[in-house]
Design a protein around this ligand. Structure first.
Ligand SMILES: [Zn+2]
Length: 228
């Protein structure tokens, strides 16, 4: 784009427009149509730069979200592995927009990631409950809230895997869930524990997540028999 760096080239007397060479009978040597065009081009250029930076932000944020998923899980053909009815039921509830989901059973991680991959947006996060607890455990006192927890609270979509598998219980996981419930940020919780165990560990928070998600969807392997 050929935009003069300075619109107001003030020259004494009439002369050609500096841009289109139409004679201008004015001290300002840019004709009126050119002046309007220049303003429009500049604002368009500014808008394009803005969009470019948004696009970069979004690519970078998506890449970061994708990288938060463990490589082994990222690469497996998730949906093919998990009972399709389970996934459909979640998507139906979320009406294809990110919402809350609670997945249970030994294949809850696979199911959760299949959903997470669909709902993922820039700066979404996959994290495990043990990671959150360990981070707080190792975090020096007086340094503000730990980084992963902060991100987990704010992520536009969070997948919290391995709920109930923490070695240390220190409130890190409860606090993330409490904060996300309060702001109603879409959250996918995956667990291999029974709901009763979760309630014992997390109290009312487990109950509230359960209610918000509309129950636990059990993920089984495709073609796996339903245990009676
Ligand atoms: Zn002109």
């Amino acid at each position: 784009m050929d935009i003069p760096t300075d619109i107001v080239a003030r020259v004494a007397g009439p002369g050609p427009c500096l841009r289109c060479e139409t004679p201008v009978d004015a001290a300002w040597r840019i004709c009126a149509p050119c002046s309007t065009a220049i303003v429009a081009e500049r604002s368009r250029a500014a808008q394009e730069a803005d969009e470019r930076s948004n696009a970069e932000w979004s690519t970078m944020g998506l890449e970061k979200a994708r990288r938060s998923i463990p490589a082994g899980l990222r690469l497996s053909r998730l949906e093919a592995d998990v009972q399709p009815e389970a996934l459909r039921s979640i998507r139906h509830r979320g009406a294809n927009a990110p919402s809350w989901a609670m997945l249970g059973g030994p294949f809850s991680a696979l199911g959760g990631i299949a959903i997470f991959s669909k709902w993922m947006m820039p700066w979404s996060l996959y994290v495990t409950a043990p990671e959150l607890a360990r981070e707080l455990f190792e975090h020096p006192i007086g340094e503000g809230p730990p980084k992963l927890s902060r991100w987990a609270k704010r992520a536009p979509v969070l997948m919290l895997d391995e709920l109930g598998a923490e070695q240390v219980r220190n409130g890190a996981v409860t606090e993330v869930l409490r904060s996300r419930l309060a702001s109603d940020r879409p959250t996918i919780v995956a667990t291999t524990r029974r709901f009763g165990d979760l309630e014992e560990t997390y109290g009312d928070i487990a109950r509230r997540v359960y209610e918000r998600a509309g129950g636990v969807v059990m993920c089984r392997k495709r073609n796996q028999e339903t245990p009676s």
